[in-house]
Design a protein around this ligand. Structure first.
Ligand SMILES: [Zn+2]
Length: 90
């Protein structure tokens, strides 16, 4: 719910902002960044190292967004569902 709001708002201001600036204001990685990271990691989860289909994985902030981590490709890692849930529970 909250994430959707941020995404919608960023759309409104899109014309004011250029690429990087726009990304810094949103919380979710877009599909293009997630796919690029997925390819970079060789289709493997960054934590357990198992291979997964892209659709089974989740784009995660290496430095958490809540702690000031940016939504940029260099702060993106792809995690499988299980690892993402475990990480979230910590
Ligand atoms: Zn994993």
């Amino acid at each position: 719910m909250g994430d959707e709001d941020v995404t919608k708002k960023s759309g409104i201001y899109e014309y004011l902002l250029t690429g990087e600036e726009k990304k810094l204001s949103i919380r979710e990685f877009d599909r293009r960044d997630a796919l690029a990271t997925y390819e970079k990691q060789g289709h493997k989860c960054a934590i357990c190292g198992e291979e997964f289909e892209f659709e089974q994985m989740h784009a995660d902030h290496i430095m958490p967004w809540s702690k000031g981590g940016k939504t940029t490709p260099d702060n993106c890692q792809m995690l499988c569902r299980d690892c993402n849930l475990k990480k979230g529970a910590q």
